[in-house]
Design a protein around this ligand. Structure first.
Ligand SMILES: [Zn+2]
Length: 327
């Protein structure tokens, strides 16, 4: 499942290759992939064709493209530097949820739709003014079909900060309005978050995975962060010292930044890709997926527990089971 660093890599690719283009055509090859769009596939198409793509924005694992209506007789209009729409335009968003296996692929030219395995939705995009070569396509490819696309309205952010990374616009798609800021977000109030975690009466891993508290920390990075911080996943949050809460948040940010640094360089110029579980970061993981292997810090054997219907990996020495553990 794509986690924050993978989604950020996709956002960055979209910002570079899609921003500024006008949607000239939409093909929905599988209606199920637009099931969250109110009004169905026809409405989805109607709300996309003629829209100019602005900034690519991300909060946690939520990703969206800002859209504004291209005037009918537009002469050449360059996108604003940060990809925002000019003031006064009605701005909507194309939200992409990648699910387990979703990919967004930007291509130059058009591969026939029946030549692209698991292609669910295709957007045809205009060339940029003065750009040589053929127009682009943005393909949503999704083998397991857990992902989906929808066009939605925006709502003001509750804290008046930017909706997410990638645009200064203080609005967020309505379906993501309940999602907390993530650890890479400059507008995150880190100290408020650490205190909010300590007020919870739960285990630290459950708190890290709660998207209403902090977004974008998935199962893999939660386990890695807890190992780095030397805390067991069942540690009661209300027994954490403030410094410990900060330690685990710092560790989570650090591990995601490292993953991002590794993922950001391995993509072809015109190929924006998320590749599910075969993560490029896997070689750097200290505990996740390493059951029975030696902890790189102390040599004890990494153990795997069933937890929240998933696996949790810990070092039994570096991450002692706490008293009053909250499973
Ligand atoms: Zn250890």
């Amino acid at each position: 499942m794509p986690e924050l660093p993978e989604v950020e890599t996709v956002r960055d690719g979209l910002a570079r290759h899609v921003t500024g283009r006008v949607v000239t055509g939409v093909e929905v090859l599988r209606d199920y992939s637009v099931r969250r769009h109110e009004g169905g596939p026809e409405s989805f198409r109607g709300q996309l064709v003629g829209q100019r793509v602005g900034a690519a924005v991300r909060r946690g694992k939520y990703l969206w493209l800002l859209l504004s209506q291209e005037p009918a007789h537009a002469s050449v209009r360059s996108p604003l530097p940060d990809g925002a729409a000019p003031a006064g335009d009605h701005v909507t968003a194309l939200m992409a949820h990648l699910g387990m296996s979703g990919q967004l692929l930007v291509r130059s030219g058009t591969a026939a739709v029946d030549k692209v395995p698991h292609l669910r939705v295709r957007l045809e995009l205009s060339a940029l003014p003065g750009e040589p070569g053929t127009p682009r396509t943005l393909d949503f490819v999704d083998q397991r079909t857990f992902g989906h696309l929808s066009v939605t309205d925006l709502a003001p952010t509750p804290d008046d900060g930017p909706g997410g990374w990638g645009s200064a616009l203080a609005e967020i798609p309505e379906p993501a309005a309940h999602i907390a800021r993530d650890l890479l977000d400059p507008a995150l109030r880190r100290d408020d978050l650490a205190r909010a975690i300590r007020r919870r009466r739960t285990g630290i891993k459950r708190a890290l995975l709660d998207q209403r508290l902090v977004s974008g920390v998935g199962n893999i990075y939660a386990d890695e962060a807890l190992w780095r911080a030397g805390l067991h996943y069942a540690r009661p949050t209300d027994t954490l010292r403030l410094a410990e809460a900060h330690r685990v948040l710092d560790a989570a940010e650090e591990v995601m930044r490292e993953a991002l640094a590794q993922g950001g360089t391995s993509f072809d110029e015109l190929y924006v890709n998320v590749n599910g579980q075969s993560g490029y970061f896997s070689r750097s993981l200290a505990v996740y997926g390493r059951e029975g292997e030696a902890c790189t810090r102390c040599g004890a054997l990494v153990r795997r527990d069933e937890f929240m219907n998933r696996s949790s990996y810990t070092c039994p020495v570096c991450q002692k089971v706490p008293r009053n553990a909250r499973w």
